[in-house]
Design a protein. Structure first.
Length: 489
């Protein structure tokens, strides 16, 4: 995405890409492009992970006292995956792929012979040699990460030093350094959607065509990164490892906003581009900054420290949902600048428009409020009314919370997240035996009542949204849906 490359820089990068692609074509390995895409994504994410500004941590001014144990554990897992991918890419040359490792480390060589072998690989005269060198690098780095992680206490100084070592090793790789190659590679940085292709091809101004192409490519690449995140995992370590990719997305999003500012917004008023295009890009740049701050400053903040599987999964799921939805909306926003007839579902089958999001949130907040009201109507401070049990009614609330977290929580405005999360946490700490304790039972009723009042206020704000003013609430339909949650005698 950099516009700072000289013509000579570009020529060198292009030549490296061509030579590497020629070698890759000789490999008869199923899914090699997918593997290469993942490899470069992990290499880039690993390098970005050592930049403190990219991490979703609080109190960065006190970072020097932080324990980087979890970060190093994540990097250890990433190194193992990088080594595994390289093994798969080199399966056609398995006899030679690990020759350097075995020959140099497991045999007693004279210094001269050892120096010659090291020099041979460091020269990286071919993409294969370059990949071998990368394999050895991450085999060694992985062992180093694992050893450091075993100390359980990783200082900022140690983390920083490992980062400098890792970044240097990645940057010295000739053919597989994603930070040195062309910003977009034809093997997998492609836009397959015919609507977007038609838009780009229809832009007469060649300079604008290039810039808009970069915007689309950058946004689609973020979606590709998000697809690698398994937000439904039952493994807490796998969930925690996804923070590596979120960190890459954070870094890439900052680069996108810088590109938008440098290439579009600095030209405000000079008529280089149509003012309506500048206004669209201005809106995109501002909203992207807001969404990134929301996700990394709130939802994922210190998520790496979360030890509860359900709570961590909720944070990962929410972050992924918010980002995926926003990026889709952004692509449609830019597309509409050139073709208003395009629908979100034409490009993304799971696309939900802003008005549909508001409608969904309005309905689900109404349901949430009424589920809590049903609980209140069937309980008193002295016990339960009718034929329900406290356990049944409490289970009803928990099941609705699970539904809401899955479907609509990502649609809640940023400023309200904290209140929702507090309520979810409070409900989550209650155990079945607590419900039989009168003091805790009364405390639970008070918690539910206070949050119901908060939901009533939230519902009022949503109802007053401009896009919903002329759309009445279908209470008959909502009452039918409500019955599915409350008919649990």
């Amino acid at each position: 995405m950099s516009t700072m490359d000289t013509k000579a820089d570009f020529t060198i990068k292009k030549a490296i890409s061509i030579e590497r692609d020629k070698w890759l074509e000789t490999l008869s390995i199923e899914g090699k492009d997918r593997l290469l895409d993942e490899l470069e994504m992990l290499l880039k994410a690993t390098e970005r992970f050592f930049n403190i500004d990219n991490l979703a941590v609080s109190n960065k001014e006190q970072i020097i006292s932080k324990n980087f144990y979890h970060e190093i554990k994540i990097l250890s897992g990433s190194a193992k995956r990088i080594v595994s991918i390289i093994r798969l890419l080199l399966v056609d040359h398995s006899a030679n792929a690990f020759y350097f490792q075995a020959y140099v480390e497991n045999r007693l060589l004279a210094d001269y012979a050892r120096d010659r072998i090291i020099e041979w690989y460091l020269n990286q005269s071919s993409p294969r040699d370059s990949l071998y060198l990368l394999y050895i690098t991450f085999l060694n780095l992985g062992a180093l990460y694992e050893t450091v992680a075993n100390t359980k206490k990783v200082s900022y100084t140690m983390y920083s030093n490992l980062g400098q070592l890792t970044s240097r090793e990645i940057s010295l790789n000739k053919y597989f350094n994603p930070l040195k190659l062309e910003p977009f590679l034809e093997r997998y940085d492609k836009i397959h959607d015919r609507n977007i292709k038609t838009i780009v091809n229809g832009i007469a101004n060649e300079n604008l065509k290039l810039k808009i192409s970069i915007v689309f490519l950058s946004l689609f690449r973020l979606i590709r990164y998000l697809r690698h995140i398994n937000n439904e995992s039952e493994d807490i370590e796998e969930l925690r490892a996804s923070i590596l990719l979120f960190t890459l997305i954070n870094a890439e999003a900052k680069m996108i906003t810088k590109f938008l500012d440098d290439e579009f917004l600095k030209h405000k008023g000079n008529r280089k581009y149509d003012e309506s295009i500048i206004a669209t890009i201005d809106s995109l740049s501002f909203q992207l900054s807001i969404e990134i701050r929301k996700v990394f400053g709130q939802i994922l903040k210190d998520a790496i420290e979360i030890g509860n599987l359900l709570k961590l999964r909720a944070a990962i799921d929410s972050a992924k949902g918010i980002l995926a939805n926003f990026i889709q909306q952004s692509i449609i926003l830019v597309a509409h600048k050139f073709d208003l007839s395009i629908k979100g579902t034409d490009i993304f089958p799971d696309f939900v428009s802003k008005i549909e999001q508001s409608l969904r949130l309005r309905e689900d907040i109404w349901l949430f409020k009424n589920v809590l009201e049903f609980f209140e109507q069937n309980t008193t401070d002295n016990g339960i009314k009718h034929n329900y049990t406290i356990q049944t009614l409490f289970t009803m609330i928990k099941e609705y919370i699970y539904y809401f977290q899955d479907i609509s929580f990502s649609l809640v405005r940023y400023s309200d997240h904290e209140e929702f999360e507090k309520f979810f946490d409070r409900i989550g700490v209650y155990k079945e035996e607590d419900l039989l304790n009168k003091f805790k039972y009364i405390e639970l009723r008070k918690t539910i009542h206070n949050f119901k009042i908060f939901l009533e206020t939230t519902f009022g704000h949503i109802v007053n949204r401009s896009e919903l003013k002329d759309i009445p609430i279908d209470t008959k339909h909502l009452e039918t849906v409500l019955d599915q949650f409350v008919t649990t005698k």
